[in-house]
Design a protein around this ligand. Structure first.
Ligand code: GLC
Length: 646
């Protein structure tokens, strides 16, 4: 049982009986339940810190932060405890968006709530909305403040109103906590530049290049084209500061316990704005150590768990999403391992599934995906995934080299093939993407582009080729069908639901042109939305099909995530089959990644429990599983089916 489950139990009617505990009493109960954990975690990170942190500083801080939490949210926290793991429900369907690009500002977003309701979306990830430097600011991931709303989006009141309205409509909100770095205009950075030693110690600052040079021996480069190196010289303070991402994003020094305490306050300020899920941005980078790549270090996990244990005491209804776009085995660690199992983040991005889906499209085969997904252990039972095909970032090709070799491919040329396929280097490929941060030193690169363009819609429309257009539409539907039915919360990237193409306008903008991720951050096209009901074009077909799939998902309890996804080995390498099952029901999600028909043989279907003919039905069309010559089930090109026995 993880700590969250313990809090649920201790706050349940079963344990409390008739005894009525006030929110404050329950806070104290949670504090004492987590205290041993918190102490262990804290002292393992800060062994030299004096004991006043425990006798005074930390308890006082937690108490204060609890007092500051609005009463309505305290009430909601207790309701959530009664509810159990609400984030694993089949009823949740998410969308990610930039407020300015979607609806101009927060007020505009409030007016758009009916759009989400029509589609069935009830979980919103709003990209950063707090103050940031003018000019380049990494889409707001360079923060000037953790809670002051940037005037371009509106005011704090606008946000509070939005969060209130969202709550009334049962729409959940997720915001980012940019936990690894601040901008160089953040108040601590400004004070550091002025020479305040205290604030210089909030960051990794160095008098000369000797330690930075040592670090550089192992640190990879995140943005090698636009921000090479990991340190920036700041003339005002005559020091080097660690800047792993962009030169204007200063890495916080969590070796200093004061930084942890201050950031806990910032985390709570965010939670107190009525946010349900907090996205821990770039959390793999939280701890730096000489001689290592300074990613996924055990201390980073300890620190995240420490944040979680404290957050749980103050606001048990708020949960954490890990943004760890790392190797499959490493992602799992963000749910917590060994003695921390289930005590780190409740949710993590399923970056492995995402990258494998794109591999399957390019190779037209599902074998690497099946091998890889079956090759990692299950996540802890109280945790869940965010399943997505596109987000605001690039697509990194994080495949396990051993599995790639098992497929008979060599990892390096295979990666080059995928890059070539998506980035316009293969004449026959329908994909239209851009190369992101290609590093000629090691041939590494990532991919940018909107889902529709990567799946061939842009080139098909250019060629006015109707068959290619319909293939592209089928691929968009298939990819979304998979994330809508796989265990976890599906997160649709705004615009993908109406098959939005690449937006090349970033090339004309000084602040964006060095970062091709802007090609897949288009403005929402409300003109297209207006015509959805009357048109038969790709946007309409995709929107209406997704809306239907979402409704079906919400209607089937088996789609809730209880680690009840079984990935089948199929005899046909082009076909991907997984089963969602619970005591009463199974649904098989079947997809064909090939552009020609493929088939599954009846004996394979039967041996896996899938009945055929009138004994089964495709929930998406209502059609039975008609066999060809009583022998095979034919899947059309890029066909996608949700089959259940009747
Ligand atoms: C995360 C964000 C990405 C940003 C980076 C640095 O990976 O998703 O957009 O550039 O963190 O903050």
């Amino acid at each position: 049982m993880n700590q969250a489950a313990l809090h649920q139990l201790l706050a349940s009617k079963k344990v409390l009986g008739e005894a009525k505990k006030t929110p404050t009493e329950l806070f104290h109960q949670r504090f004492h339940t987590n205290l041993t954990y918190i102490k262990d975690l804290f002292f393992s990170l800060y062994p030299a810190s004096d004991t006043s942190y425990f006798s005074k500083k930390l308890p006082e801080k937690l108490e204060l932060l609890f007092k500051e939490r609005p009463e309505a949210l305290k009430k909601q926290d207790l309701e959530r405890l009664q509810e159990g793991n609400w984030y694993q429900s089949e009823k949740l369907v998410g969308m990610q968006l930039y407020v300015d690009r979607f609806s101009k500002d927060l007020k505009g977003l409030q007016d758009r709530l009916p759009y989400f309701q029509d589609l069935g979306v009830n979980f919103l990830h709003l990209m950063p909305i707090t103050t940031r430097p003018n000019g380049e600011n990494d889409g707001g991931y360079a923060v000037n403040s953790y809670h002051e709303i940037d005037p371009r989006y509106g005011t704090r009141e606008d946000f509070m109103e939005l969060s209130q309205k969202a709550r009334e409509k049962n729409i959940f909100l997720m915001l980012d906590f940019v936990v690894n770095h601040t901008s160089d205009e953040f108040e601590w950075a400004k004070k550091a530049k002025k020479g305040h030693k205290k604030y210089q110690d909030y960051y990794y600052t160095f008098d000369d290049r000797s330690i930075p040079d040592e670090y550089e021996k192992n640190l990879p480069e995140i943005f090698p084209e636009s921000a090479p190196g990991n340190f920036t010289y700041i003339p005002e303070m005559e020091k080097w500061v660690m800047t792993v991402f962009n030169k204007y994003q200063w890495d916080l020094n969590y070796r200093n316990p004061e930084v942890f305490l201050e950031m806990l306050g910032n985390l709570m300020a965010l939670a107190n704005m009525g946010v349900d899920v907090i996205r821990f941005d770039a959390l793999a980078f939280l701890w730096k150590k000489l001689g290592t790549i300074s990613q996924n270090l055990p201390e980073a996990h300890t620190l995240i768990s420490l944040f979680r244990m404290c957050l749980q005491v103050i606001a048990p209804g708020v949960i954490l999403l890990a943004e760890a776009i790392v190797a499959p085995r490493n992602i799992l660690k963000y749910f917590g391992e060994n003695q921390f199992e289930g005590n780190e983040c409740e949710i993590a991005y399923n970056a492995s599934l995402m990258a494998l889906l794109w591999n399957s499209i390019a190779t037209k085969k599902s074998s690497l995906m099946i091998r890889s997904l079956n090759g990692v252990p299950n996540k802890p039972i109280d945790c869940t995934w965010i399943n997505y095909i596109r987000c605001h970032d690039d697509i990194g090709l994080g495949y396990d080299d051993d599995f790639v070799r098992e497929m008979g491919w060599e990892p390096f040329p295979h990666k080059q093939f995928i890059l070539n396929y998506y980035c316009g280097r293969l004449e026959w490929s329908p994909a239209k993407g851009l190369m992101f941060m290609y590093n000629p030193k090691n041939g590494d690169g990532r991919i940018t582009g909107s889902a529709a363009s990567l799946l061939g819609l842009e080139s098909a429309l250019e060629q006015k080729n109707e068959i290619s257009v319909s293939y592209a539409v089928d691929k968009i539907i298939m990819m979304h069908g998979i994330i809508l039915s796989f265990g976890g919360i599906p997160l649709i990237y705004a615009g993908d639901e109406i098959a939005t193409l690449n937006d090349y306008s970033f090339l004309e903008d000084e602040d964006f042109k060095n970062d091709s991720r802007w090609v897949n951050r288009p403005k929402q096209d409300w003109e297209v939305v207006k015509k959805l009901d009357t048109s038969n074009g790709p946007a309409s077909i995709v929107y209406k099909t997704l809306r239907k799939m979402i409704a079906i998902r919400k209607d089937q309890e088996v789609f809730a995530d209880h680690n009840n996804t079984v990935i089948h080995d199929t005899p046909n390498p082009h076909i991907f089959v997984f089963k969602r099952k619970d005591a009463g029901k199974s649904i098989w999600v079947i997809s064909n990644f090939d552009e020609v028909s493929q088939s599954l043989d009846v004996s394979w279907l039967l041996s896996n429990g899938i009945l055929t003919g009138e004994a089964s039905v495709d929930l998406l069309t209502g059609n039975p599983m008609t066999l060809n010559g009583n022998k095979d089930f034919y899947l059309k090109p890029f066909g996608h089916y949700w089959i259940t026995n009747v």
